[in-house]
Design a protein around this ligand. Structure first.
Ligand code: FAD
Length: 449
């Protein structure tokens, strides 16, 4: 019996191209169809450098097909948050233990690296300018439209929808019975800007940090790029006083930046042009189920699009691939493995969606709050002295492979413990006292399994 399968992947973004490498490595025939032109030949990123934070879950999936070292060459470590406070001060807040970092990597650069990795296999064929428009879950046939508008129908043993938040494959699943679907836009949108490199490709802000300007209702962030520039993202409500609709002229936008982010504005000499040229995009959370119909499965954003505030969307999609192959590698019964895949990953997709929304409030609001900073200090101290009893939620999500759903549940228990501690009237003065420490440790020991 031929155990090599005929795989069709719709979507050659970050997750689809990594998935292609995983199947190719195991000798299956892979055909990957991407709607857009080949990123390696056309500058589909239109000269704008957009980056992402890559962390442990993503690294593990890359390591699984030997790509970790190649990606490290295009990634920059960010060891701490660099908080630009409203009073002009700059506060460093480590992300984890010394040496632990999240990594800034260019979306375009990473996508190209993954497409090249897939293309290097003889058993992989890549098709660009092919838009998925239909799938038949009974016959396993997928229909694409090529650049000229011709229909291309392919048959597969298994089909994967890695076609992103507005997945066409998911769109077809929605027409089937008992398919649950929920789409939620948040009140904020975002606009990307660039701080250019300084002389000789130097960095104009500290380069080993993810910069955040937390301003309660809104925030600005900046991640470094290897060419010395920073990709800056403004997250702002669509409506209201400080909003994209209120900033309806470059003059108003410039004045808003001058008042709220003067240090960032100073570093963008072409601010006016950028503000006018760069679009405002919306942010959406998508939940759906099931992810599998017969031999067709959803993966990555197609299955679970989340808001970007935990820097986990891609990492979660890469972890989907890792988990899928932990299952497929140990059985010949692929339908059973796909069933297990969706059962395992759905609660984790839901958990990271919730965590990402919560982290938005934390990033824009609480990082500027002295009480929040004190709480972080207490947590860091407990973690340092009792690492076996306390791992901060951020570390569980970012620097571990614990299931997102378990991290969320444990995080909620920790929240309650810390809420009790922070409500003590004298906490500001005795936060590092043996008494406070003993109270926390007693609670933590109670919840140990
Ligand atoms: P996509 O990257 O969207 O790829 C889908 C691909 O499918 C695309 O190439 C698309 O052209 C193609 N496609 C779409 N429709 C069709 C069709 N009908 N036929 C064929 N092809 C099709 N994640 C992180 O981990 N860290 C971060 O720091 C981070 N920051 C983010 C910041 C912002 C502002 C945003 C919006 C997202 C961020 N994310 C981050 C999330 C991350 O971008 C996504 O989770 C990730 O791109 C998902 O990968 P994917 O391959 O599933 O989907």
């Amino acid at each position: 019996m031929n155990t090599k399968k005929n795989i069709v992947i719709a979507g050659g973004g970050l997750v689809g191209s990594l998935l292609a490498v995983y199947f190719a490595e195991r000798g299956h025939r892979v055909r990957l169809f991407e709607r857009r032109p080949d990123a390696r030949k056309t500058n589909i990123y239109a000269g704008r450098s957009i980056n992402l934070a890559l962390s442990d879950r993503g690294w593990k999936a890359l390591r699984g097909v030997g790509l970790e070292e190649k990606v490290r060459q295009i990634a920059l470590p960010m060891y701490h948050r660099g908080l630009h406070q409203p009073d002009g001060s700059y506060v460093r807040q480590p992300y984890g233990q010394p040496g632990q970092a999240i990594y800034s990597v260019s979306r375009g650069g990473l996508n190209i690296l993954l497409l090249n990795a897939a293309d290097a296999y003889e058993n992989v064929e890549l098709f660009f300018n092919h838009k998925c428009v239909d799938v038949d879950f009974e016959t396993n046939e997928v229909k694409f439209l090529d650049e000229a508008g011709n229909e291309v129908v392919v048959k597969a043993d298994y089909i994967f929808g890695a076609d992103g938040a507005f997945s066409a494959i998911r769109g077809e699943m929605m027409k089937t019975d008992r398919f649950d679907y929920q789409q939620q836009y948040i009140s904020h949108g975002y606009k990307e800007l660039t701080i250019p490199a300084g002389e000789g490709g130097s960095f104009l802000l500290e380069n080993n940090a993810l910069h955040i300007w937390p301003r309660h209702e809104f925030m600005l962030i900046a991640l470094p790029n290897i060419d010395g520039s920073f990709t800056v993202t403004l997250f702002l409500p669509f409506e209201g006083n400080n909003s994209f609709s209120a900033l309806d002229s470059v003059k108003k936008a410039r004045e808003f930046f001058r008042q709220t982010f003067p240090d960032a504005l100073e570093l963008m000499p072409d601010f006016d042009q950028q503000w006018q040229q760069n679009p405002v995009s919306s942010l959406c959370i998508i939940r759906c189920y099931p992810w599998v119909r017969n031999h067709t499965a959803l993966i990555g954003d197609a299955a679970h699009a989340i808001v970007p505030f935990y820097g986990q969307g891609m990492n979660c999609g890469f972890e989907d691939v890792d988990v899928l192959f932990q299952l497929l590698d140990h059985t010949a019964d692929w339908p059973a493995a796909l069933e297990q895949y969706q059962k395992l990953r759905k609660p984790d997709g839901d958990a990271i969606a919730e965590l990402a929304l919560r982290n938005f409030i934390e990033m824009r609001d609480l990082t500027a709050d002295p009480k929040f900073l004190l709480q972080k200090k207490i947590e860091a101290r407990i973690q340092q002295k009792y690492p076996e009893l306390w791992t901060p939620l951020y570390s569980m999500v970012t620097f571990s492979h614990m299931r997102y759903s378990e991290a969320l549940a444990l995080g909620k228990v920790h929240d309650q413990i810390m809420a009790d501690i922070m409500s003590r009237p004298d906490i500001e003065s005795n936060w590092d006292s043996p008494e406070v420490e003993a109270a926390i440790i007693a609670k933590l020991r109670e919840i140990q399994p």
